[in-house]
Write a protein that binds this ligand. Sequence first.
Ligand SMILES: Cc1cc2nc3c(=O)[nH]c(=O)nc-3n(C[C@H](O)[C@H](O)[C@H](O)COP(=O)(O)OP(=O)(O)OC[C@H]3O[C@@H](n4cnc5c(N)ncnc54)[C@H](O)[C@@H]3O)c2cc1C
Ligand SMILES: *[C@@H]1O[C@H](CO)[C@@H](O)[C@H](O)[C@H]1NC(C)=O
Ligand SMILES: *[C@@H]1O[C@H](CO)[C@@H](O)[C@H](O)[C@H]1NC(C)=O
Ligand SMILES: *[C@@H]1O[C@H](CO)[C@@H](O)[C@H](O)[C@H]1NC(C)=O
Length: 443
Amino acid sequence: MSANNATRRLIGGCRRTFSTNAPLRRPSTTGRATNTANSGQSSTRWTGRSVLALTASTGVLGFGLAAFALDSSPKRTASLFDGRAPGPQYASVKDMESAVKEMRKEIKALGENEDIISIDSDDLHAHGYSEWSTVNPDGLPVAVAYPRSTEQVSIIARVCHKYRVPIIGYSGGSSLEGHFSAPYGGISVDFAYMDKIVQFNKDDMDVVVQPSIGWQDLNAQLSQMDSGLFFPIDPGPSAKIGGMIGTNCSGTNAVRYGTMKDWVINLTVVLADGTVIKTRRRPRKSSAGYNLNGIFVGSEGTLGLVTEATLKLAIVPEETSVAVVSFPTIRDAASAAAGIMQAGIPVASMEVMDEVQMKVINLGGATAPRVWKEAPTLFFKFAGTKTSVKDNISRVKGITGANKGSNFEFARDEREQHLLWSARKEVLWSMLALRKEGEEVYR
Ligand SMILES: Cc1cc2nc3c(=O)[nH]c(=O)nc-3n(C[C@H](O)[C@H](O)[C@H](O)COP(=O)(O)OP(=O)(O)OC[C@H]3O[C@@H](n4cnc5c(N)ncnc54)[C@H](O)[C@@H]3O)c2cc1C
Ligand SMILES: *[C@@H]1O[C@H](CO)[C@@H](O)[C@H](O)[C@H]1NC(C)=O
Ligand SMILES: *[C@@H]1O[C@H](CO)[C@@H](O)[C@H](O)[C@H]1NC(C)=O
Ligand SMILES: *[C@@H]1O[C@H](CO)[C@@H](O)[C@H](O)[C@H]1NC(C)=O
């Protein structure tokens, strides 16, 4: 997706209906009380046998493929050739209810008394529908599980596998294209309670985290520890590591730091049948084994659920700054951007917003009292040493000026940096807030 696309709106977009298609009983407790950060002690190392297990089980979580992989009855095969798409074959609502019951029993047997599975209708709705999504298929999950450990995730997956219940991972819920919707019902696995730093390896510049730690929270904790390190991938403000791996996300820092796949060292993953695997070992020099990170990063939870991730960290630059400059047309802004890349100026970020988006920011008031010029605008971040930042800013100023850029403005302190940059980060919410009845925001 391109978050920085010009604003487009679909007037009169279709209204959606959603139904709680599983009238289950409300659990006695859906408490979100304690948070036990058990990390996957039961993990097995990656082996050839696990490769087979992966191949055998991927189809179950993957929507379309599942029916082919698992159902080879003649009727199905015929439908391959007569042009009718074979739909996925999943459990009935009744079987899904049985699966929920069985999961509860098994998890209880582990000695944990809390009921980690919710069938609260608000909960189901919040996990199957989102206002910011470009698509919201009908259907909601029949239950939302809140596992506390890799072991619990494994039980959930194993039981779902047995009953053919779809599993949908859920971390920050900020993805924009219906990634976490539940068209076939199934169980949404929300990692809300698995949000801890498991281990911080300062000297190796990496960190082991659970999937539901937000990138902003991770950075706040790294800063509190005075680590001098940070995690540079910055998609939606509420995004969390599990979902960021799921979408192979980018962010405004991508021009300098790349995307999610560049920062994952290794993963603990629960496969569709409950098998727990580790993708590789931590040493970066290691060249052993398949690139399993590359399979799971960007697979949107269809191949397995990530329950732990080891991530690289970057050095906090000595100096940062933010600059903003506006242009008469998008074309001028684009040629300035190209000029800057071709000059090899190492900007930390570079983002564009068009005149409609700038207007929306003004109307929305998220950055009031500041009023922005309603013209195509480039946003830059600079990072480096004091002298390099100063030097790079003046070169960018030169290039934007040569492309009809005007009102070049750079932040003098941290507060101003934050204010200037917040316009870019607020734009989606401002657009959503200003929608008229029946309008939808396209990105
Ligand atoms: C204001 C705003 C700005 C944004 N800017 C950008 C941007 O610049 N670049 C960009 O790429 N995106 C951007 N996004 C989109 C979004 O933030 C990213 O897609 C982000 O990676 C989603 O993370 P999440 O934790 O919210 O994931 P979720 O929405 O919870 O899940 C995303 C996907 O990952 C799967 N998943 C979740 N947890 C796990 C897990 N533990 N294991 C396996 N699969 C899992 C889900 O099933 C789903 O398919 C933006 C969103 C907003 C609202
Ligand atoms: C990464 O590999 C190391 C071993 O090198 C292991 O201790 C660690 O648990 C792995 N990380 C994850 C998230 O599985
Ligand atoms: C993730 O996205 C990047 C581009 O942003 C792409 O180069 C890479 O191949 C993707 N990674 C995976 C594992 O698909
Ligand atoms: C950015 O600044 C540094 C330090 O002054 C300099 O070495 C580098 O060449 C600059 N980059 C560009 C392309 O201007």
